[in-house]
Design a protein around this ligand. Structure first.
Ligand SMILES: O=c1ccn([C@@H]2O[C@H](COP(=O)(O)OP(=O)(O)O[C@H]3O[C@H](CO)[C@H](O)[C@H](O)[C@H]3O)[C@@H](O)[C@H]2O)c(=O)[nH]1
Length: 105
């Protein structure tokens, strides 16, 4: 009997619809998000805002511009990656609302 082959990296990327971008409110991250959104991916950004401007309880300015440029919505969490509990809660929430696999870049 033929054994199932593990998916290649290319297959995994094709399966994925939601991409988690860390530091996405910064320069490189926000430009990466624009490209991902334009390529059809859903994007969730996790950034602790240590080097990004954001009004209280509001999307960071950079991500507001990303939404204006692309006409698409970015999920955002003001969380430090070292905060394991918060990160676990984000993964649970996103997994529950989306049947797709999550990739990180
Ligand atoms: O522990 C951390 C550290 C940083 N961040 C976030 O990560 C993002 C980093 O973005 P930056 O714009 O500070 O850094 P980049 O590497 O994206 O961009 C920097 O490097 C680029 C070249 O690589 C250019 O020079 C650019 O102008 C310069 O801002 C920020 O939103 C910051 O808040 C976190 O969430 N957690």
């Amino acid at each position: 009997m033929e054994r199932a082959q593990p998916p290649t990296a290319r297959t995994i990327i094709k399966m994925s619809q939601t991409v988690l971008v860390t530091g996405g409110a910064g320069y490189v991250g926000s430009h990466t998000i624009i490209e991902l959104l334009n390529a059809g991916y859903n994007v969730i950004c996790v950034d602790n805002l240590c080097n990004a401007f954001s009004e209280k309880d509001s999307l960071p300015e950079s991500l507001k511009r990303v939404q204006e440029i692309t006409g698409k919505t970015v999920g955002f969490y003001a969380v430090d990656l070292k905060d394991k509990a918060a990160l676990t809660a984000i993964f649970k929430k996103v997994s529950a609302s989306s049947p797709f696999q999550i990739e990180s870049v």
